[in-house]
Design a binder for this molecule. Sequence first.
Ligand SMILES: Nc1ncnc2c1ncn2[C@@H]1O[C@H](COP(=O)(O)OP(=O)(O)OP(=O)(O)O)[C@@H](O)[C@H]1O
Ligand SMILES: [Mg+2]
Length: 237
Amino acid sequence: MLEVEAIHVGYGPLQVLWGVSVGVKEGEVVSVIGPNGAGKTTLIKTIVGLLRPRAPDGGRITFRGRRLDRLAPEEIVRQGIAVVPEGARVFPEMSVLDNLRMGALVPRARGRRAQTLAEVFALFPRLEERAGQPARTLSGGERQMLAVGRALMACPALLLLDEPSLGLQPTLVKAIMETIRRINERGITVLLIEQNVHFSLPMSHRAYVLEHGRIVLEGPGAELLRDPHVRVSYLGI
Ligand SMILES: Nc1ncnc2c1ncn2[C@@H]1O[C@H](COP(=O)(O)OP(=O)(O)OP(=O)(O)O)[C@@H](O)[C@H]1O
Ligand SMILES: [Mg+2]
């Protein structure tokens, strides 16, 4: 479904990703783990068109056979890709409901808005209770729920999540991972950046380890969780 093929990406003279390849098949949960500064967010930003692979030979990205890495971000959203950005950025002064509505502006989502909203509220009852409040009044966990809910409002075929559990207490991490699993069971393909490998790897069909801008390991999630390097570096065992 999504093919990231040997991309080289950086910021000005600083190169961050060095020939990174990642594939996601229809229906999968695929996760990418790696230390701070490895280039995980850079990878997500490149997929959604906020950064471009380096010219002339910076690799390529395709989605359902269609070249993505030359499209504008709005056009990539229209293809059916939604993102929960790092830090769960939402519009602080807008209400919870208006934040959710903002997610449904793409044509593929507009006609189904009421139905999708009901589904998001079923997934996150807390958001329905808080619908009229400004988003800035939400707790950290509620804000993450809102960011996930807003991405779902776009009716994506592929959902990208950049550390959705950042800063949350363990019970909330578990809850958000469980929600991601349910979202996937409803037919949405997931690419997940997640440091809590103890929660994320068991539910990942496949996973990649990104270090210093390079993929150093890949395999089924459950297998990577048993890998000695992963255990030492990401579980502290
Ligand atoms: N806008 C930018 N300009 C210059 N350098 C940047 C920019 N954004 C990120 N970098 C650098 O690129 C490298 C990779 O950053 P990136 O945010 O992709 O890492 P990450 O794996 O997401 O880390 P974290 O786990 O801390 O979120 C870092 O060394 C960072 O300092
Ligand atoms: Mg990051």
